[in-house]
Design a protein around this ligand. Structure first.
Ligand code: GDP
Length: 140
């Protein structure tokens, strides 16, 4: 079994789509091993998205991700990282495959409802960003 990190983003929390997204993830076989509502501050968003700091969308992305509460999730499933990437769909909901979380619940390329770790290495870093080892005990 593997663990990955998902974040339900401010657009989906504000739009009251959390319950439907969690149901979608559970229906895809993910177990929710930890969950935490967080309001990222500027420093937190900068740290989390440091890999994107040279991108043109870095500043708007930080503004968006600090605009309201987010729900961080530790999700467990066989092949968790790859499967979650498949289930969320392409970054831009207009290009996301039908039935994916972003096709169903995202607003646009920035306000796209959900984040998912893109590799096992990133998943470990991103899980550690939000959750203590103790908080994840028994998972993985
Ligand atoms: P992801 O792995 O599919 O989430 O996509 P990326 O790692 O490339 O980008 C991280 C996040 O930045 C995305 O999920 C979007 O919220 C945002 N983003 C990506 N590309 C763009 C863009 O071209 N414009 C804007 N405004 N936001 C973007």
């Amino acid at each position: 079994m593997g663990l990955t990190l998902a974040i339900i983003k401010p657009d989906a929390v504000e739009g009251r789509r959390v319950g439907r997204i969690l149901a979608h993830l559970e229906d895809e076989g993910f177990g929710i091993r930890a969950a935490k509502f967080v309001r990222l501050d500027e420093a937190g968003a900068a740290e989390f998205y440091a890999v994107h700091r040279e991108r043109p969308f870095y500043e708007p992305l930080k503004r968006f991700m600090t605009s309201g509460p987010i729900l961080a999730l530790a999700l467990e499933r066989e092949d968790a990282v790859a499967h979650l990437r498949k289930v969320i769909g392409a970054t831009d909901p207009a290009e996301a495959e039908a039935g994916t979380v972003r096709a169903l619940y995202a607003e646009n390329k920035e306000r796209n409802a959900i984040h998912a770790s893109d590799s096992d290495e990133t998943a470990q870093q991103e899980l550690a960003f939000f959750f203590s080892k103790r908080g994840l005990m028994g998972a993985g």
